[in-house]
Design a protein around this ligand. Sequence first.
Ligand SMILES: Nc1ncnc2c1ncn2[C@@H]1O[C@H](COP(=O)(O)OP(=O)(O)OP(=O)(O)O)[C@@H](O)[C@H]1O
Ligand SMILES: [Mg+2]
Length: 352
Amino acid sequence: MTAPADRQLPKQADPSAPLLEVQGLRTQFRLGSEVVHAVDGVSFRLERGESLGIAGESGCGKTTTALSLVGLLPANARVLEGSVRLYGIELAGRSEIGLRRYRWREIAIVFQGAMNALNPVRRIRDQIAEPIVQRLQVDEGAARRKAGDLLELVGIPRARDRAYPHELSGGMRQRAMIAMALACDPAILIGDEPTTALDVMIQAQILELLERLRSQLGLSLILITHDLAVIAETCDRVMVMYAGRVAEEGRVADVFARPRHPYTQRLLGSIPNLRVDRRALDIIPGSPPDLRDPPPGCRFAPRCPVVMEICRTEIPPEVRFADGVRVACHQYPESSDGRPVILPTKEPGTSR
Ligand SMILES: Nc1ncnc2c1ncn2[C@@H]1O[C@H](COP(=O)(O)OP(=O)(O)OP(=O)(O)O)[C@@H](O)[C@H]1O
Ligand SMILES: [Mg+2]
């Protein structure tokens, strides 16, 4: 594997640009004559070596956001708008061939539930070698050797590389999926619920592995999870999504110490102890809107404990606090002259 300092940036990369900058991403699905507004104006940034956690209830658009970045959406989906810049290089709007240079080589993904989708009748090593042949255009022997190296890197001894999926534990299968994603030395690894369905001890081991890979390979991570405790423990930044939009985004320390969006407050407030209750997302009263026909203003308005009239009709603009936390909520004042507002971190009356 390539050490971070030796990693070659892609052609046309601007070394001073952020690693990944997503702006105003909008992705929709077509379902017959209806449209699902799955991702609606999502923006975020990921710097080199950073880890960003994406949280939010089921169906809020976490997976769709991730798949939009690398053009791996299902056939009925379309990215309508937005910019996805990698080292300043625009990826949005590129053709399939144009994207191939960056997918897996720069941004790799461990798909949600993929460890359960392994082929039961093929050896794990061969299943990892196959995409290596395609992505790196090497022969089968070289791909198998690389697969063995990658498996060792993620903690699966070479002696086990001839095992079939059923001979490996869930944790080992997930390690194998991570190995597969690392085949082309990506700069960014996206893990979509990589620890869901694993028991707590194994979850911790997978998170430790991701942490080790981050420091050993200089990886930047996007960790999608409904489990806020995982984000609190492992991420630098957190982005809380609600119904296809960003409710709040900022450094983990700032957001968890002082959540500002009522949704984030409910998420965190409903967890008396992060380590004890991991089903917090299920216990906020009400349910997220149907994204085929979302409410016109703030999408959280129907469930919001501090809803105001304006929330039902107008989309809340994003405001920024002095500590860098971004929040989309009408409670916080917006500038009247169109300039970005910087709110003090400890403004009286805004904390609850
Ligand atoms: N192939 C599809 N066709 C139509 N609608 C889809 C499709 N995939 C997802 N959606 C819809 O898009 C929205 C966002 O889904 P997405 O899978 O991105 O959410 P998620 O946050 O990843 O949820 P989960 O936590 O359950 O994985 C949901 O309303 C979902 O029903
Ligand atoms: Mg998902």
